[in-house]
Design a protein around this ligand. Structure first.
Ligand code: UDX
Length: 447
């Protein structure tokens, strides 16, 4: 089967390489010539563990091109994996999806199945079907919705061993073709109509976002009442009806999906005169959660002016260089505006961060250099390098060892008695009674 993948972002490249791995001949097309050139030279445009090896291993069946006419001409199945970025009003921008489908329709020689993997509002597949098939009486296009559920950092495993393959189809033929495509995978199929498949994607992502916002609110309450959110989550998670995943409290969710998809579904509901109160709440809670550490820091310093702030972790989660909607993008502007000297370290994300902040902040080569002379440290991403560090480095290198951990990287036992103040999310504060003179901190540094 001749398969073309449109869009070489996370979803496109990973889908392409996994389909090549099970024996298909796959052409990946992207409008971005530089990106394609890199892929032809086997330079991965994204950081994803295992991807490069898999691309090299499947070289015979996998090609990358930037000429859409050539990419689509003989295609039997085209996967649309382009972005659907958020518009100002929260709705999804479908321009790239429509443009891509239009080009497929123009270029393909005969009947073709167009598979929408991009996250699109409910009804998009039906609209495309109507518009395309009305105009064409020589070629027939099957339109399928086939959402993806991969997470960055574990994308290949998530695809090869997906929890389910959702097929939104409106013909037996389309179902048969997609089952053939996925024959090498042995996962459960959920076959439904296109609108339901489109909804499954949003409902799944938004439920996970809701779960995170819920545990974050519980954590914030734990801060006040002296309970430990990790024990609470553990106790909740043993109930199979709740499940133990996505109950990790922190400074909120980021990334390319949850923030965008919660807003898109909320917009869609409003557009249809419905209200999604839970999703609205998840969005609001997350916005506040992202600046939780700033609020905690105000306990120690009225202002950040003249202070040195160490930031450990910039990306929205470990295992990726992706900064989209990362809490660092909310926190660092506040610190800079307030007059702080900001030093940062991230094992993978600094090159991307430099594109946004080329000179205003100091990029450090290691954790120790970042901590040197710092008056406070914010931990924003739970990179293994951070989680496994020797915590005695905080009081050793910092001028005023106050550590605000937005990802609960250390157990409370590990930081107990180590001579620094340690605040995390939904757990008690450690080190209040150390030698740190809060009065000095406030008076000397605030001005
Ligand atoms: C997510 C979905 O998991 C995936 O199914 C979908 O296809 C795309 O969006 P991804 O954005 O790669 O994947 O990352 P994920 O691991 O889900 O984490 C998203 C955000 O939630 C991160 O910022 C992470 O730190 C946060 N998170 C996750 C929590 O704060 N607590 C948790 O318990 C889990």
């Amino acid at each position: 089967m001749k398969i073309t993948i449109t869009g070489t972002g996370y979803v496109g490249i990973v889908t392409g390489v996994c389909l090549a791995e099970i024996g298909h001949t796959v052409t990946c097309y992207d409008i971005d010539k530089t990106r394609i050139k890199k892929l032809q030279d086997r330079i991965m445009p994204i950081f994803e563990p295992g991807l490069e090896e898999m691309v090299i291993n499947n070289s015979e069946r996998l090609s990358f091109i930037s000429d859409y006419k050539e990419a689509y001409r003989d295609s039997e199945v085209v996967f649309i994996c382009v972005g659907t970025p958020e518009k100002k009003d929260g709705s999804a921008n479908l321009k790239y999806v429509y443009d891509a489908v239009q080009q497929v329709v123009e270029c393909v020689k005969s009947d073709c199945t167009i598979v929408i993997k991009s996250t699109v509002p409910v009804g998009t597949g039906d609209n495309l079907d109507r518009v395309i098939n009305q105009k064409n009486d020589t070629k027939r296009f099957e339109i399928v919705n086939n959402p993806e559920f991969l997470s960055q950092g574990t994308a290949i495993n998530d695809t090869m061993n997906a929890s389910r393959i959702v097929l939104g189809v409106n013909s037996a033929k389309a179902e048969r073709i997609l089952r053939n495509v996925y024959d090498g995978f042995r996962q459960k199929y959920v076959v439904t109509d296109r609108r339901s498949a489109e909804m499954i994607k949003y409902a799944s992502n938004d439920f996970l976002a809701l779960k995170i916002s819920y545990i974050n609110e519980i954590a914030n309450l734990c801060d006040f009442i002296g309970a430990n959110v990790e024990d609470v989550a553990l106790g909740m998670g043993y109930d199979p009806r709740i499940g133990n995943r996505f109950l990790k409290a922190g400074i909120g969710y980021g990334g390319s999906c949850f923030p965008k998809d919660t807003k898109a579904l909320h917009w869609l509901a409003n557009f249809n005169d419905c209200e999604l109160k839970t999703i609205k709440a998840a969005i609001d809670v997350n916005e506040n959660q992202k600046i939780k550490l700033i609020k905690k820091a105000r306990k120690y310093y009225d202002s950040f002016r003249g202070l040195t702030v160490a930031i450990l972790g910039l990306t929205f989660k470990p295992g990726t260089d992706d900064l989209r909607e990362a809490p660092s993008l909310q926190n660092i502007p506040i610190l800079l505006e307030d007059g702080a000297r900001v030093k940062v370290f991230d094992p993978i994300g600094m090159d991307n961060f430099k594109k946004i902040y080329p000179s205003e902040i100091e990029y450090c080569n290691c954790i120790e250099e970042t901590l040197e002379d710092a008056d406070i440290c914010f931990i924003l991403t739970e990179w293994p390098e951070i989680v496994t560090m020797d915590v005695s480095k905080f009081p050793f290198y910092m001028r005023n060892p106050i550590v605000l951990d937005g990802r609960n990287c250390f157990s409370l036992e590990a930081v107990e008695g180590k001579n620094f103040i340690y605040e995390s999310i939904g757990r008690r504060v450690v080190g209040q009674s150390t030698q740190i003179k809060e009065s000095i901190l406030k008076s000397e540094k605030a001005g």
